[in-house]
Design a protein around this ligand. Structure first.
Ligand SMILES: [Zn+2]
Length: 211
């Protein structure tokens, strides 16, 4: 984890701004984000001090601390809770809704993740932890391919599973509200590891469960 020093100097004089503790994410420099948003508003030719934009840089700074909070969390911590059950079949959590931001445009992409693994020696984690793992990696600047890989690889490493499989289906606003402007197109990515890469019978069965 990077240790970013948070500077509390506020350059703008009309700011009576205090950091909102509710949204402080250690390592996210909200003061810097606020300054950057002020500059963007100026750069597009707007007046950041007009009525409607009052407080916008501060709100964006708090929002970024929230939606990028996954930058400063350790994925291994999420899977630290493990227990033993007598189960060696596929565990699948479908339709985990997520929001992320594409690292090329900082625009949202969102959709669902399907996360599956085959426990080894009965070692499992809580079902909600799979959703938390998706969230942690989604709350970073991302590309969908890497998001898919990171979830699968972390599960593989931390649980030493016999197989892991992750499928993500998402719509990217950088494809719908700008650029080629194709709304409603979905991008599907998959990563399979271990038995869920090599055993085509189990993999087909899993794909049928996801559909
Ligand atoms: Zn993009």
């Amino acid at each position: 984890m990077k240790d970013i020093k948070v500077s509390h100097q506020i350059v703008d004089t009309d700011a009576q701004w205090v950091l909102d503790d509710d949204f402080v994410s250690p390592g996210v420099d909200q003061v810097k984000i606020r300054q950057a948003v002020l500059m963007i508003l100026e750069a597009i030719g707007d007046d950041p001090h007009r009525e409607g934009l009052k407080g916008t840089p501060e709100r964006v700074a708090r929002m970024y601390a929230e939606i990028f909070s996954g930058m400063h969390q350790n994925p291994a911590d999420v899977l630290a809770t493990r227990f033993h059950v007598d189960h060696e079949e596929v565990v699948l959590v479908k339709d985990i809704f997520f929001y992320s931001l594409c690292e090329h445009h900082l625009l949202p992409f969102f959709g669902v993740a399907h996360v599956a693994y085959i426990p080894k020696d009965g070692v499992v984690t809580g079902l909600s932890k799979l959703a938390r793992l998706v969230d942690l990696f989604a709350k970073r600047p991302q590309v969908q391919e890497r998001l898919t890989n990171q979830i699968a690889e972390t599960l593989d490493q931390e649980l030493a599973a016999r197989g892991t499989f992750v499928m993500i289906e998402a719509e990217h606003l950088c494809m719908s509200m700008r650029g080629i402007q194709k709304p409603n197109s979905r991008t599907v990515t998959t990563t399979g590891l271990g038995m869920l890469k090599t055993d085509s019978v189990i993999r087909q069965e899993l794909l049928r469960s996801i559909r």
